[in-house]
Design a protein around this ligand. Sequence first.
Ligand SMILES: Nc1ncnc2c1ncn2[C@@H]1O[C@H](COP(=O)(O)OP(=O)(O)OP(=O)(O)O)[C@@H](O)[C@H]1O
Ligand SMILES: [Mg+2]
Length: 339
Amino acid sequence: MTTTPLLEVRDLSKHFMVRARGAGRRSTTLRAVNQVSFTLAEGETLGLVGESGCGKSTLGRTVLRLLDPDGGAVILEGRRLQSSHDPALRRAAQIVFQDPYSSLPPRMRVGRIIAEPLLIHDIVAAGEVERRVESLLRDVGLKPEHAAALPSQLSGGQRQRVGIARALAVEPRLIVADEAVSALDVSVQAQILNLLKHLQKERGIAFLFISHDLGVVRYMSHRIAVMYLGRIVELGVAEEVVHQPLHPYTRALMAAVPKLEARRATIRIESEPPNPADPPTGCAFHPRCPIAEPECSSDRPDLIRWLTGRDAACHFALAETSNGTGSGAPPVDTTGGAA
Ligand SMILES: Nc1ncnc2c1ncn2[C@@H]1O[C@H](COP(=O)(O)OP(=O)(O)OP(=O)(O)O)[C@@H](O)[C@H]1O
Ligand SMILES: [Mg+2]
């Protein structure tokens, strides 16, 4: 049985021209997103983790065409996206940002903020708008009275609820949530996360859930993709990636979280990441890798399938699993990529 995924991202790349370090005016190409592929099913959450600067936000924005890609394809509901002005894209996919303070227009009342996408996309007849705004407010746990408020009169959690209501207005099939709870207190974070889960269950919305907080990503995601210097280095079922990480970088991330139950733990590993504008040759992780062999500095490992439903980009992905006695056996399927 083959079902078409809601979203297919194929070899997606986004480059920035940046000033080379210590080289006067010479500019160099920073590959913020480098040939990334993955799929997302209807109603699924794919969590995206990795250190600051690894390219998570750039990937999320390029998927939604808020940034123009430098290569690759984004296929949403079976259609290849051509431009950011594609009206089908603006309806099918929405983004929720980290900062509900700066992402809501400060002088606009909440009711108007939520009504605007309804009007722009002609979702309901003009006479129905008010009623739809009220029902969207209820859907996100606010009251109809909140329609008259300005964003500044709301708490952080309430503002994020408004941001979510605005995204829901167009009845999207996909929401990219970029650090959607990172600016909120822990107790408010939990409420918003549960709201997102509830909305997903009710409406079958898919999430690309970006966070530097591994605990949050684990709580939210069906599958997890781990990003390092612009590439996905591991992808698989969330609990399996957490309990038996295959890539040495994923292992380092897990080790850096003192207790996985400690939800606030932030990803940070001992050594500094390399300059993304001048990445190491071969496997970009090799200078920090505890099991690197000489070939790792010359041959870049592709993201391939090592276990059922698990892809990793490491020549020695199975070397340290099961008490460190793995054999480094060949992968079970070399055609899978990021399925
Ligand atoms: N507009 C831009 N111009 C030049 N470089 C950029 C631009 N936007 C991002 N970058 C660079 O691209 C890389 C990826 O940045 P990005 O913001 O996507 O990372 P991130 O994983 O979202 O990080 P964080 O966890 O801090 O949000 C970084 O090296 C960043 O400096
Ligand atoms: Mg980011």
